[in-house]
Design a protein around this ligand. Structure first.
Ligand SMILES: NC(=O)c1ccc[n+]([C@@H]2O[C@H](COP(=O)([O-])OP(=O)(O)OC[C@H]3O[C@@H](n4cnc5c(N)ncnc54)[C@H](O)[C@@H]3O)[C@@H](O)[C@H]2O)c1
Length: 430
């Protein structure tokens, strides 16, 4: 059942969006005359089933949905979101819409589940702008579509929505309009603090919580990256020489899970403290240039651009598998790899072979986050906790934004404790 209709505000959005698309010369796109854009609405029944499966394993979010539906904290508010459009996110959006919000969302390149995107439109009336195979330019275009709805609150992932509001004159008015925001990732937090010095509203950084860093980044990302690589390649990890570049929360979890699968893991780190920690955990540590020639597989998780570039591809041996699990595809300089290769071939759904003449290199998921692109992302229960943090943070902003200072800041500690308490209740004491 389609639950939302064209209305006057939609017509405005569509007109504006068409103007935007005309200005994008490299990516000709036309937004349809409805206020969503998904790959195929007929996929919705599959998405409904996916969301139902996730919800079954999300007791914390189920209890929040029940409460928010009664209390309606988001009534009258528009929430503009940039977060992976997949089934667990779908359960979160149910909480926000049932809590009274109008929700507009876009995802990230490579991670959108088209079935889920369709179901969110048909089942919850969410304005979804996301397609699995979208390019980065299309992603930015969809972020702009989200901002066309004049959100009162934004929930960001990598600070792309924040960036547009701070740098694109057409969204400058939102600097006075927005009452608060959340930011999901390490990368987004870095950008807000280092690049934008954001101080127009409070942005609660979900990644600043110890529960997100340890439970989601270490345990969740660690296991889902292994899962994504295995699904993409179907190769054995036992005995493989794997180089993990970046030993932060995500990298350390990934290195540990890979070791648990029998891989010989070498860690490359630029921060001496993190490098020391890896050493004391029993990992080999090395400079990138020394580690690459011997590697069967290289995984980047640094949150920084161009972690792997031309000189690194030159050092790799024949048949090296390359993957990224950090936020941006840009951690691996795919353009340089393309330039160096004389032939590229998609040899499995998530594997592209680059022929460099003297060797072949295999890139997974076009350098998008391998756990979300080739797999389903973090395990459901982990995101039950992570999305509960998001939900309670958004509720705090909706009800009491004035109690927060206008800077990027950690999630209030009482929220973190509440979510930990709920997790104990459902994971340990049930
Ligand atoms: N795949 C996912 O599902 C997922 C989930 C959460 C976060 N992330 C992303 O993963 C990335 C890492 O997150 P984190 O929480 O581990 O961050 P973090 O800051 O804890 O760790 C990053 C580490 O990389 C190191 N580093 C930076 N540049 C390097 C380089 N050129 N060579 C070697 N080491 C380098 C840093 O010193 C740091 O120790 C971020 O982009 C984050 O947004 C991905």
């Amino acid at each position: 059942m389609i639950l939302f209709f064209l209305n006057s505000s939609c017509s405005n959005i569509c007109r504006n969006s068409l103007t935007m698309s005309e200005s994008l010369t490299e990516v000709p796109m036309t937004l349809s005359l409805d206020n969503y854009q998904v790959a195929d609405l007929s996929l919705a029944p599959e998405g409904t089933k996916r969301i139902a499966w996730a919800k079954h394993h999300m007791p914390i979010m189920r209890s929040l949905i029940e409460r928010l539906e009664k209390e309606q904290p988001f009534r009258g508010l528009t929430i503009g979101i940039c977060l992976h459009v997949e089934a667990k996110t779908g359960v979160w959006l149910e909480a926000l819409t049932k809590g009274g919000a109008k929700v507009v969302i876009t995802g990230s390149p490579g991670s959108t589940q088209d079935e889920t995107a369709a179901a969110l439109v048909t089942d919850y009336g969410v304005h979804v702008f996301a397609k699995r195979d979208e390019s980065f330019e299309e992603h930015i275009h969809y972020c702009k579509a989200v901002l066309q709805f004049n959100p009162d609150i934004i929930s960001d992932n990598g600070a792309d929505l924040h960036e547009l509001i701070f740098t694109d004159p057409q969204f400058e008015h939102l600097q006075q309009h927005i009452i608060g925001a959340t930011e999901e990732t390490t990368t987004g937090a870095n950008r807000l603090r280092e690049d934008f010095k954001s101080n127009k509203w409070s942005t609660l950084i979900i990644n600043d919580t110890m529960s997100k860093r340890i439970i989601e980044n270490r345990f969740g990302v660690g296991s889902s990256v292994v899962d994504g690589i295995m699904r993409a390649t179907n190769v054995m990890l036992h005995g493989k020489k794997v180089v993990v570049v970046g030993y932060g929360y995500c990298g350390s979890g990934t290195a540990q899970r890979l070791r648990g699968m029998g891989a010989h893991v070498t860690v490359v780190e630029i921060n001496p403290l993190a490098k020391l920690e890896a050493h004391l955990e029993g990992f080999y540590t090395a400079q990138l240039a020394d580690a690459l020639p011997d590697a069967d597989m290289v995984i980047t998780i640094t949150g920084r651009d161009d972690t792997l570039q031309q000189q690194h591809f030159e050092l790799m041996r024949d048949k090296t598998i390359i993957a990224n699990a950090g936020h941006f595809q840009r951690e691996i300089n795919v353009a340089a790899l393309q330039k160096m290769s004389n032939k590229q071939q998609q040899i499995r759904p998530h594997v592209t072979a680059y022929d460099l003449g003297n060797k072949q290199l295999f890139l997974l998921s076009n350098a998008n986050l391998v756990n979300l692109s080739a797999g389903d992302g973090n395990p459901i229960e982990i995101m039950d906790l992570g999305l509960a943090l998001q939900t309670l943070s958004l509720e705090r902003i909706a009800l009491d934004a004035k109690s927060l200072t206008k800077t990027p800041q950690p999630v209030p500690y009482d929220i973190e404790l509440k979510v930990a308490e709920l997790s104990c209740e459902h994971w340990i004491n049930h």
